[in-house]
Design a protein around this ligand. Sequence first.
Ligand SMILES: *Cc1c(COP(=O)(O)O)cnc(C)c1O
Length: 371
Amino acid sequence: MNNSKPIYVTKPFLPPLEDFIPYLEKIWERRILTNGGPFHEQLEVDLAEFLGVKHLALVSNGTLGLVVAFQTLHIAGEVITTPYSFVATAHSLIWNDLKPVFIDIDPATCNLDPAKIEAAITPQTTAIMPVHCYGTPCDVAAIQRVADVYGLKVVYDAAHAFDVRVKGESVLCHGDLSVMSFHATKVFNTFEGGAIVCPNAKTKQRIDYLKNFGFVDEVTVTAPGINAKMNEFQSALGLLQLKHLASAVEARKKIAQTYLEALRAVPGITCFATAPDVTPNYSYFPILVGPDYPLSRDGLYQKLREQKIFARRYFYPLISNMPMYRGLASAAPANLPVATRIAEQVLCLPIYPDLSAQQVETILELIVARK
Ligand SMILES: *Cc1c(COP(=O)(O)O)cnc(C)c1O
């Protein structure tokens, strides 16, 4: 048993504390704590520029961002989505009284398979909610083609896709809306937080009303909105985090490259390839533990745990296997063979800027040992 400190799958990134003090002093001085304060306004502008998107609206977390996104577009009925994601993806539909319809995923990307969309469309279908799983871009062109033919909206769960680019362009510009999460565990964090990327000022206006109870002015409420506002503390932290993002992603990239080089030759272990035109954010490092590896996925998971290395089985169990979803016809494992297999083989290895080269070596030695 090793006596070193536990290694978790991620460790929240924070800038030096002293750098945050001036922001806090400003907040104390101004006494503007929330409701679209100056740090909130500045973060919206700076983030849109940083990400290369036209408009975005900050929200208090990614889940409420998804809930508000469906309200923004007046979605009703059925939404086609993936079972291979964090549970908030499907929960955001339930909170809007929408019915999730699960389709299988593409084994190369773990994203919903666009070829499976058409067969899942019914007269009640109004939207598609793909997830850029692990920050790997969805086949946005194929998804949009089906959406256009059937007049469906597309809401991307882009919780993993902060600053992911394809041919230099932000992947967040596709579909009708894209929703990011700035939760503590994500590449860019504001403790809790998120943002909805939208194509025009009018849509942003509607989101801004919806995230503040539907208030248009002091006496006018246009919609049954919710409280999904990002406060000044979170916004200030976001402004500071943004300055460190490039170096944080660079540190993640080094770790990902070390893992990839060491693991690609290990029989029974499969790593995922990044397409040459994609600029990733290295938010996760998933591997598949296949039948040619001497341990099962859970065997390797346990072996790492015994050494206080807490890799995570993202995403297992599938959302479609959770009690509130498994009664749906589309949740049947026979409908989702690829997602079912990958959920049983996947293990996400620790990856975060502070993970040392020595820690990466320790993790790799345990996996490469194959026993
Ligand atoms: C983190 C996450 C969310 C939820 O975001 P929160 O900010 O934690 O509410 C939604 N979808 C996916 C895929 C996520 O990973």
